[in-house]
Design a protein around this ligand. Structure first.
Ligand code: DX5
Ligand code: ZN
Length: 218
């Protein structure tokens, strides 16, 4: 998958209006966003509940944007086919989940879409090192997963750097995504550390001028 921009922006629809989702998606597409970040929460892996495959299916019908699905669920392996069939282009699952990492990556690959791994703040960079050559992206959480609108954790910057350095050896095209508390100031720090995909929810959907907000992150 080739993206136009070196630094990509993926607005998180967790901060959109779910009852007016189509319009909100059109707005971020028009603003030049590179992908759409879809947060899936099961009320078990994280304390919050959001959306599931039926909503992804409706989003797929409403837009041709690249759908970046972040699964915050305990058993991602069991839901890969369902999200792939619903129209996900990439599935990111947590290394801390109950599913076998190798088998889940394999399942995402056989569904014909891109696999990605996510690390929570307390999980060290090394947890994803064995898999870097087999995945398209690592998502480094810069807040505890579960809710939008939290403050960026600056102590995640060395983790981004460590993953970038290791990836340069084994998989230079690996994308590094950051998620949580991303605003222009924190985006800059993440890009300097080696991130190239910026998830942003409350900042983008709360902005008066969406195009300006998207551009100010890059
Ligand atoms: C949090 C989600 C994020 C969230 C980010 O668990 O994974 O994608 O929407 O929201 P902001 O950008 O508001 O921190
Ligand atoms: Zn997310």
């Amino acid at each position: 998958m080739e993206f136009k921009n070196k630094v990509k922006v993926s607005p998180s629809i967790l901060s959109a209006d779910y009852a007016a989702l189509k319009g909100d998606i059109e707005k971020v597409k028009l603003a030049g966003a590179d992908m759409l970040h879809v947060d899936v929460m099961d009320g078990h892996f994280v304390p919050n509940i959001s959306i599931g495959p039926p909503v992804v299916k409706s989003i797929r019908k409403a837009t041709d944007m690249f759908l970046d699905c972040h699964l915050m669920i305990s058993n991602p392996y069991d839901y890969i086919d369902s999200f792939a069939k619903s129209g996900a282009d990439l599935i990111a699952f947590h290394v801390e989940s109950n599913s076998n990492v190798e088998k889940t990556i394999e399942k995402i690959n056989s569904a014909g879409i891109l696999p990605a791994l996510v690390v929570k703040p307390k999980t060290p960079a090394e947890a994803v090192f064995p898999y870097l050559k087999d995945i398209a992206m690592v998502l480094v959480m810069t807040v505890e997963p579960g809710f939008g609108g939290q403050s960026f954790m600056a102590d995640m910057l060395p983790k981004i750097k460590a993953i970038r350095e290791e990836a340069n050896k084994v998989n230079p095209s690996l994308m590094i995504q950051v998620d949580g508390g991303i605003v222009p100031q924190t985006a800059k720090l993440c890009i300097e550390a080696g991130a190239d995909v910026l998830v942003s929810g409350s900042y983008i959907f709360g902005a008066e001028n969406t195009t300006e907000a998207v551009n100010s992150l890059r």
